[in-house]
Structure formats: structure tokens, C-alpha cells
Design a protein around this ligand. Sequence first.
Ligand code: NAD
Ligand code: UGA
Length: 468
Amino acid sequence: MPVKVSKICCIGAGYVGGPTCAVIALKCPHITVTIVDLNQSRVDAWNSPDFALPIYEPGLVDVVRQARGRNLFFSTDVDKGIEEADLIFVSVNTPTKKSGVGAGFAADLNYVELATRRIATVANSSKIVVEKSTVPCRTAESMRTILEANSKPNCRFDILSNPEFLAEGTAITDLFKPDRVLIGSLETREGVEACQSLAEVYANWVPQDRILTVGLWSSELSKLAANAMLAQRISSINALSAICEATGANIDEVAHAIGYDSRIGPKFLKASVGFGGSCFQKDILNLVYLSESLHLPEVAAYWRQVVEMNEYQKRRFSKRVVDTLFNTITGKRIAVLGFAFKADTGDTRESAAITLIKDFQSERAFVNIYDPQVEEEQIWNDLSEASPLIPIESIKKQVTICHSAIEACKNAEAVVIATEWKEFLEIDWEEVYKGMNKPAFVFDGRLLVDAEKLTKIGFKVTTIGRPS
Ligand code: NAD
Ligand code: UGA
């Protein structure tokens, strides 16, 4: 008989663990959900009385407000969370390895392994252990080996893969109405029953036909495949944007025309200054590493090109800024609007803005930055991590963080739109123009603003995917 889940523990209170399990708690008032993390300040923020949560995500505060203290709890007591639960999500970070075998490509599975070992050490009763983190294909097997080698008598561990497909900025709507929930299990009786237990949790709000059950390895690989194919679409449209700039075609019109083909579809065809975020690059590199380990060099090269195209797009955009500003930006002031990797999030991981600003710094320009959500400290951390050899005091001489778009654009030669925040559409561009040095340039890396309107004001506008 499948276990009826009444207590869930989620290890990892990050961008995935927090929102995902908060929504489970909201939709399943009969289940107690405890989200645990080793990071005390993160847990404190989740528990903060004024709901100053550690991540910005539209709609998240409402969910936490309704469920916290009722059947949703945040804690640093990892062991207690594990001990009490019948189902445990492992939702820890799996960044790209920085050193050792596979450095720069393979996923660092240290956090997954530590969490797994903790479960094995602490558990006194049987548990369903669910991989929520994005992991290389067959990670569940390593987890099972660790758990089984360390389990106590009468403790069974059933491992499931249940990758998460939410996107930041729309996490809550994605979780409320997922395209699909994917659950992978072994095809043994116990595996199938564990799968049914988790499927029953989701069935509280997700229609049955959207809950897909597959084999463990297919589930693990499907997550990497989905991200690789989404990123590939962006690299494809960005590659076409370079052709548009050189020929006079317009990338918006091209995307519109090809998106009308129902086999291609209109979504995820927005040319940009390059994709960012914590996962696309990491997961493709992971797929590249997997392909190489399997002696499939052509497959590895195919996926690697998606990341290379993205790097090329960022470089191409900064070069276009320099070229347009009469081949030098030394001593000039550039306003960068947006620092997050996309709108509606405060997350900056792998944000294209970081690369652009680094390029402007190395050209010895002054940079003003404004982002409505990203904390000042985060910006300094990211810029110093991007240029480890430059002391932060030197970076601070070149870079200023501003509190509004208008302030950032004051006395600048050029405005670069790096994130598609809606508020940049509502800026008083006449006012911006008055405050800037002339000629005043706008570089739209997000196809956001109305180039015609800005040109009428007097700006010289350069848009990605359109000729200058
Ligand atoms: P994150 O860094 O925001 O959160 C991970 C959390 O795990 C951190 O707070 C960390 O302190 C905690 N942690 C690490 N080891 C721990 C341990 N042993 N015990 C307790 N806590 C521990 O990461 P994230 O963005 O939430 O991503 C988590 C996983 O989900 C990754 O594998 C990622 O690829 C995947 N994913 C992320 C997204 C996204 O939008 N960010 C979407 C889908 C999937
Ligand atoms: C992405 C996937 O969309 C999620 O399904 C997945 O769960 C998640 O990665 C993950 O595994 O972490 P996310 O990175 O949060 O979600 O955001 P996206 O909306 O996919 O955007 C990623 C990047 O691509 C952003 O920098 C965005 O600006 C850029 N993008 C997106 C474009 O340049 N053009 C587009 O048409 C779409």
C-alpha cells in the first residue's frame, strides 16, 4: 500500500525549496511541511515577522502569510525535520564544480551527498527521499547506495526524482498551474508505490493528466533536456539577431513570423543580451560533461555551442556599445538599467549585466547601475567576484549604485537596458534626455522600449536584432 504522506521535510530553503514547499503547504493543509536549511540568516528571513523573505517572488508573501505557523515551518534543525518526516525533498544547490575532476562542467554534488548522508544517519523510520535538485543522470543510484549502506534495521528508503520546472519571477503561478509535474521512480513495486504517494500530494491541486510518471533516469535526464532545449531556443534567436543587425531584417518580425508555425510556437523567442540565471548554463555544461563521459564528443560539442553562442551574444553587445560611442568609452559614463538576470526577481546569478559591466570597466568607463530589486551588497559581491584581481575600492571608484533610473542616467553618455523591468517603460524619457550628455544614446538589450518614440525625443537608439 502506498504511504499516505502526512509530514514533509524539505532540505534547502532556497529559490526552489522555499516556494515549492510553501505552495505544497498552502494546497495541502492536512500535511505538515517543514523546510530546513543550515543557513541561519536565510531561515530567519523566512520566519521574519514582517515577511521580509530572503527571495523576491511575486505572490510568495501571500502564500507564506497564509500557511506559515499553520502547517508550514522553517527551521535550522535539519535532524528533527528529517526524523519526523515520511517524505523528504532534497532541494539543495548543485552548482558547477570549480575545481577537481570535471571543473567548469560537472555538477558539484557535494551538497546532495551531505544531505543524503544526514538522512541516512538520522532516520529511524522508513522515508521516501525525493531528488528535487537538478542532478546528473543516475544520481539517484548514488543516493540509494549511500542510504542503503548506512540505514538502520527496519528503515527503507525509496528514492524518487521530481525535478522542478518553475521559472523565477513566475514561480508561484508556475507552481499553482504547472504544465506538468514529473515523477521518476524505479519500476519495482516499492518504487511505484512511493511514486503514488508523491503523486497523491500533488493531486490536491494538479489535474491527474498533468502528473507524469516515468522511470528514474528518464526523469533526471528530462530536466537537463528541458533546460538545454529552452536555452537552445534563446541561442538560436540570438544567433538570428546578429544576422538581422547585418541585413536590415528585424528580429521581432522574424520571431513573430516563425512563431506562428504551430510546430515552433511563439514562446521563448525573445532575442536578448544573453540568457542568465543559475541554471541554463550550469545544466547545459552538465549535459556536455555527461556526453563526454559517455564518449559522445559530437553530442557534447553540439550542446556546448549553445553556451558559446550566449557568450558571443554578450560580447557582441558590449562591442556594439563601444563601436557606436565612436570606438571609445574611456572616461564616459554609462547607465546600466537592470542588474537581475530577468525581470521580477532579485536574483543576479549569471546575469548578463555582470558581463556587460565588466566589459565597460575594462574599457575604463564609469558605470551607474540601477535595479529595482537587487540589494546593493549583492551588486558589489557580484562585481568583485567577476574581477577577483581588482580590489573592491578600485571597482567602487568606477561604479556607482543609484536609487532610481533617472539618477543613474544623469550626465551619462549612454543608457544600456540590461533587464526588462516594466518600470523602465514608464520612465520619463524626456527628463532622462535632458539630464544626459549629447548625443544621448540608448542601447536596448531587451527589445523593451519604443525605439521610435525615443528617437523622436532625440536619442540615438540601438536595439538588439535591428540594424543601427
Ligand atoms: P539555492 O542556493 O537558492 O538554495 C539551496 C539551499 O540549500 C541553500 O539555502 C543552502 O544553504 C541549502 N543547503 C545546502 N546544503 C544543505 C544541507 N546539507 N542541509 C541543509 N541545507 C543545505 O538553490 P536553488 O536555486 O533553490 O536551487 C536548488 C536546486 O534546484 C538546484 O539543483 C537547481 O539547479 C534546481 N532548480 C533551480 C531553479 C531556480 O529557478 N532557481 C529552478 C528549477 C530547479
Ligand atoms: C529556467 C526555466 O525556464 C525553468 O523551467 C527551469 O525550472 C529553471 O530555468 C531552472 O531549472 O532553474 P529561469 O532561469 O528562472 O527558468 O528563467 P527563464 O524565464 O527561463 O529565463 C532564463 C534567461 O533567459 C533569462 O535571462 C531571460 O531573460 C532569458 N530569456 C528568456 C531570453 O533571453 N529570451 C526569452 O525568450 C526567454
